[in-house]
Design a protein around this ligand. Structure first.
Ligand code: ATP
Ligand code: MG
Length: 332
């Protein structure tokens, strides 16, 4: 059976981008067709300036939102990264096959490091090495498929490269994974800045739809989305990023095709109105289920405890094998 692994960082409140690009697929076909693990990757949230209490709070919230979005602990494994030591254990070994040049070429490192410097902060070493830890997250489980938005494809490529390199040098140890992205909404853009990705740790709040936004807030944000001065509604991601983003969101929420949908509208106002309603309807069940789960924190804790136990047992043999292959003496 195909092994699937993916994760989400507790760096902010989950967004529509996270949902359409990743989480919705995890809860849909991924958990049904495969042996899947989904993880709140909390160690990754420590790579930029962070508040410990907030990371803890967001980790709990992310886990409960994953369940609210439909992940079923009977079908898949849901857990928190820092509860399974194997991730950090394997990360160090993979640092010994990765190069510093490879890390410095990562687009997200360049962008996030620039942002930290702009804010007058220093860049944590873990921000540079984060893709190696992500490779460890993936490789520890013998993962075949990594369902992600397309901003993560470079990192999954790195995981592939490290797996191939390790296997060549030290003998076959890792399955070589591949990224899978959705056909539409693989990169949902910020509604106020449609040339930038909608990211949960970004500052442009009015352009970000959060999964827990009230319906009226969602409507307001979508109705105020930046478009352009064009008169016709056409789907052109490059030249017309604002309308294209709305069309992709609408298509992802209703199951249509962005280019076809464009033909059905003669004004941006009507497009925005339908998009807003489609988003409200897609998010409604997630918000409602999340409210129910908030009333039962013991349930979420239990899922995470059991998830960590299962994940540990799955990761251990591969990480032990990597330790032996690279030359570390097994404990007596
Ligand atoms: P951050 O700003 O802290 O990096 P993020 O919103 O990018 O947060 P991640 O935790 O980095 O979220 O990513 C979780 C998953 O959501 C990944 O699979 C990522 O590819 C996907 N994703 C993130 N943003 C978008 C987006 N705007 N459109 C589609 N998929 C997205
Ligand atoms: Mg991200």
């Amino acid at each position: 059976m195909t092994r699937v692994f993916s994760g989400i960082k507790p760096t902010g409140h989950l967004t529509l981008g996270n949902y359409l690009g990743a989480v919705r697929r995890w809860a849909g076909e991924d958990q049904h067709r495969s042996d899947a693990l989904f993880c709140v990757v909390d160690l990754h949230a420590l790579t930029v300036d962070h508040d410990p209490a907030r990371v803890r709070r967001l980790s709990r919230q992310a886990a409960s939102l994953l369940l609210a979005a439909g992940l079923d602990p009977e079908l898949c494994t849901v857990f928190v990264q820092s509860h399974v030591d194997e991730h950090a254990r394997l990360s160090y070994v993979l640092e010994c096959v990765a190069t510093d040049g490879e890390m410095r070429r990562m687009i997200q490192y360049k962008e996030k490091a620039a942002r930290e410097r702009e804010r007058g902060g220093s860049v944590r070493l873990s921000l540079l090495t984060y893709p190696v830890l992500m490779a460890a997250d993936i490789l520890a489980y013998g993962t075949d498929d990594v369902p992600v938005g397309n901003d993560q494809t470079q990192h999954v490529e790195l995981a592939r490269d490290l797996a191939v390199r390790f296997n060549q040098r030290y003998g076959h140890t890792f399955v070589v994974p591949r990224a899978t992205s959705p056909a539409v909404a693989a990169r949902v853009m910020n509604l106020q800045e449609p040339v930038s990705k909608m990211g949960k740790s970004d500052d442009v709040g009015p352009g970000i739809v959060y999964l827990l936004d009230e319906p009226d807030v969602v409507r307001k944000k979508v109705m105020r989305a930046v478009t352009d001065s064009g008169r016709e509604v056409v789907y052109d991601r490059k030249e017309r990023p604002g309308p294209a983003n709305l069309l992709e969101i609408l298509a992802a929420c209703t199951g249509g095709e962005p280019a076809e949908l464009a033909g059905a509208y003669d004004s941006y106002g009507a497009l925005k109105k339908d998009t807003a309603e489609a988003v409200v309807e897609v998010l409604r069940p997630v918000r409602e289920r999340h409210q129910e789960l908030c009333a039962d924190p013991g349930y979420v804790e239990g899922v995470l405890r059991e998830g960590a136990r299962k994940a540990r047992a799955m990761a251990r043999p591969t990480v032990d094998a990597a330790y032996r292959a690279i030359g570390l003496l097994p404990p007596a």
